[in-house]
Design a protein around this ligand. Structure first.
Ligand SMILES: Nc1ncnc2c1ncn2[C@@H]1O[C@H](COP(=O)(O)OP(=O)(O)O)[C@@H](O)[C@H]1O
Ligand SMILES: Cc1cn([C@H]2C[C@H](O)[C@@H](COP(=O)(O)OP(=O)(O)O)O2)c(=O)[nH]c1=O
Length: 211
């Protein structure tokens, strides 16, 4: 059963606990009869996954890194996100543009005005509006705690191996985005036990009237 298209993004620093809940949220929508696409950024199409590998493994200057993120996003929007929303499906995405503002803008210190221009170009919809998620679940957790959770959990990539102060800047970048658009964001205290975090995710989705 399809309804109106719903676009939900998961955001937060590495190790905040996003991946732990994404599939459960997708399943909860499926249990309510919805068709769900679970996807991620950078990635989600063959081209964008190739760009992801480059961005996560190769050293590059900050503008190149930002352009790769937006190039991957453009392909993902055109091939996957916009078609799924047009079909009235639910699209759950592990990170979207807020991650670029947090990691490239906050973490790397890249010019946020340039990112805003890229955002307007890359996310332009056919009707001229700028595509944004309908709901962004922002998992907030102290970088020290996230680093402890990640220690030993997986091999760190080029971002995960950054020092704590990088993630403090990333977290501030996310907070600025949330403050600028509070209606879109649900800020979730990710320091709670898994069950309490899951309850907060469900409550945020319910508060939007999505089920
Ligand atoms: N609420 C929680 N309390 C303690 N550990 C958690 C919690 N949520 C997730 N974890 C663990 O923390 C680690 C990082 O979680 P993950 O979901 O992969 O984070 P992310 O996708 O945000 O990088 C994993 O080992 C996961 O099992
Ligand atoms: C979408 C996006 C991700 N990133 C970074 C954040 C993450 O460290 C990394 C990959 O995200 P993620 O999929 O969360 O990594 P993992 O599969 O290891 O959990 O890319 C950016 O720097 N900018 C962006 O625009």
């Amino acid at each position: 059963m399809n309804g109106r298209g719903i676009f939900i993004s998961f955001e937060g620093i590495d190790g905040a606990g996003k991946s732990t809940h994404i599939e459960a949220l997708a399943q909860a929508f499926r249990d309510r009869g919805r068709i769900v696409t679970c996807t991620r950024e950078p990635g989600g199409t063959p081209l964008a996954e190739a760009l992801r590998t480059l961005a996560l493994e190769q050293a590059m200057d900050p503008l190149t890194e930002a352009l790769l993120m937006f190039a991957a996003r453009r392909d993902h929007l055109a091939q996957v996100i916009e078609p799924a929303l047009a079909r009235g499906e639910v699209l759950v995405c592990d990170r979207f543009t807020d991650a670029t503002f947090a990691y490239q803008g906050g973490g790397r210190g890249f010019d946020v005005q340039v990112l805003e221009q890229l955002e307007r170009w890359v996310q332009a919809r056919a009707d001229g509006a700028v595509r944004q998620p309908d709901l962004t679940l922002l998992f907030e957790l102290a970088p020290e705690v996230a680093a402890e959770r990640l220690a030993g959990a997986r091999v760190p990539d080029r971002f995960e191996s950054q020092p704590l102060d990088f993630f403090q800047r990333v977290a501030r970048g996310y907070a600025r985005r949330a403050e600028a658009d509070p209606a879109r964001f649900a800020r979730i205290d990710a320091s709670q036990p898994r069950e309490a975090v899951w309850a907060a995710v469900r409550a945020a989705v319910a508060a939007k009237g999505f089920w």
